[in-house]
Each structure stands twice: as C-alpha cells, then as structure tokens.
Design a protein around this ligand. Structure first.
Ligand SMILES: C[S@@+](CC[C@H](N)C(=O)[O-])C[C@H]1O[C@@H](n2cnc3c(N)ncnc32)[C@H](O)[C@@H]1O
Length: 245
C-alpha cells in the first residue's frame, strides 16, 4: 500500500517537472522569437528609417558608424572653406563631424527618409541656425543641386541601397567641382574566406556586400579618376576615394 502511494507521488513530481520544463522552454522560445523579430525590424529600417524602429535605428547608426566614419575621414582631408555634401546622411552625425572640419565652409546633407531629415536637422540645429549646415530630403538619383557645386561628397554605409549605382555615382559627379573628391564608406566588405558572412543581411535587405575590385571598377566606369581603396586591417571596413576629372 505505502509503495503504491510512493509510486503515485513520484509520478506526480515527474509530471509537475515536465510541465514546468515545457512551459519554460516555450517561454524561452518565445523570447528568442521576439528578439529575432526586434532584430529584423531594426535592420530593415537601415534601408529607409521610418516610425518607431526607424528612430531606434537612427540612434544606433549615429553611434555605431561614428568610429568607422572617423577612420575613413583620416584618408579624406577636408579643407577649411570646403563645401561638402553627405549623401544618405541618416541621423546627421557625419554632417555634424564635417561641420567641425570645414571652418568657414558649408555642409549639406540629403536623405530620402523624412524621419532622417528631421533627426539630422535636430542634431545639427546650431549649425543650421548659423547657415553652416543644410539638410534636405532628396534621393541620390536626383540631387537638388546645380552642377559643380561641391568640393567633396561623402556617403557612409548607404551605397548598398542605391537603386542605380552607376547612374547615382554619375549624378554625384555632376554636382562635384572639377578635381572634387568622393568618399564612399563601407562596413560590409565581402570576405572571400567566409562568403556567407553577410548572407543574412544581404538576403533580408536585398543588398550585396562590396569588394575592393568591384568598387574600383564601378568608380572607373562612372568616370572617376585617381581611385584608391583602403581596408582597415582586422576589420571589414573599407573606404573608396575618387576624384572628378
Ligand atoms: C545605413 S543608413 C546610414 C546613415 C548614415 N550615413 C550613417 O552612417 O549613420 C543608410 C541611409 O541611406 C539612406 N538612403 C538609402 N537609399 C537612399 C537613396 N536612394 N537616396 C537617399 N538616401 C538614401 C537611408 O534613408 C538611410 O538613412
């Protein structure tokens, strides 16, 4: 009789443990699903930031691209008095950095996301007030500027999304002065040793990581001269610099 009772008690304990474990596993799976969903929402907003996730993405880009931009700018000296354009300016951090470099010059930023324009304007409020910075909503494919306006154009982590890369590089060249310079900055350099490195982001955002040779060829086809690329050792950071004839 007592052994029968003990068996029943053991059975109940095992049952209780199984229910608890499966509930915890279910919760853990749900947590993982939620984390994955959040990550997807965030990276999808790199293309054209909008709404709640767009705001988070802009904050994360301003912070996350800062060191990459600083490194690239060490290869791209800006002179005092220069008139510079930042294409795909996002939250406006690069515009802010450039304003500190141009002295009595001027910095323009364009982005096709309305949210980015608002955020970039907020970040650069002081420079906008003293007419040193101007942010406009526009596409890289149709820049709202006259020919040969800029001494330099920068574009940080945005090239992958451009709809007509060759045409867009030519459109930038149209706005550059003769001898004006272009700086393209990338974090997604393709890795021949690990071709799947960027696969998830590439598939989700329908973009492609860049290669040194591919970028040099595109710039040459777009008519640029003195093309140079730099890769920061131990990272997947690359920047490409070129001049308009
Ligand atoms: C990954 S974010 C980088 C933003 C910023 N340059 C930075 O480094 O933080 C890409 C930016 O490019 C902008 N963009 C993408 N395609 C564009 C296009 N065709 N014309 C203008 N801006 C574009 C997006 O709206 C977004 O702000």
């Amino acid at each position: 009789m007592s052994s029968c009772l003990a068996d029943r008690r053991t059975q109940l304990i095992v049952q209780f443990l199984l229910v608890t474990i499966s509930r915890e596993t279910e919760q853990a799976l749900k947590r993982k699903e939620v984390e994955t969903m959040k990550y997807h929402k965030l990276i999808e907003n790199a293309v054209k930031p909008n709404g709640f996730w767009g705001k988070l993405m802009i904050r994360s880009m301003n912070k996350g691209h800062s060191a990459l931009t600083d490194w690239a700018l060490t290869h791209f000296p800006i002179q005092s008095g220069n008139v510079v354009l930042d294409v795909g300016c996002g939250g406006g951090k690069t515009v802010n950095k450039l304003c500190d470099m141009v002295g009595c010059g001027k910095v323009y930023g364009i982005d096709y996301s309305e949210l980015c324009v608002r955020r970039a304007e907020k970040l650069n409020q002081k420079n906008i007030l003293c007419n040193k910075a101007i942010i406009r909503r526009a596409s890289v494919s149709a820049l709202p500027f006259e020919n040969e306006k800029f001494d330099a154009v920068t574009a940080v982590e945005t090239y992958y999304f451009w709809p007509d890369k060759l045409g867009d590089l030519r459109e930038i060249a149209r706005t550059l002065k003769r001898g004006g310079r272009l700086l393209l900055v990338f974090e997604m350099l393709a890795d021949p040793v690990d071709p799947k490195k960027w696969e998830e982001v590439e598939n989700r955002l329908h973009i492609e990581a860049v290669t040194r040779e591919g970028m040099e060829e595109m710039l040459e086809r777009a008519g640029y001269l003195n093309i140079r690329t730099y890769v920061r050792s131990g990272t997947t950071w690359m920047c490409a610099i070129a001049e308009k004839e």
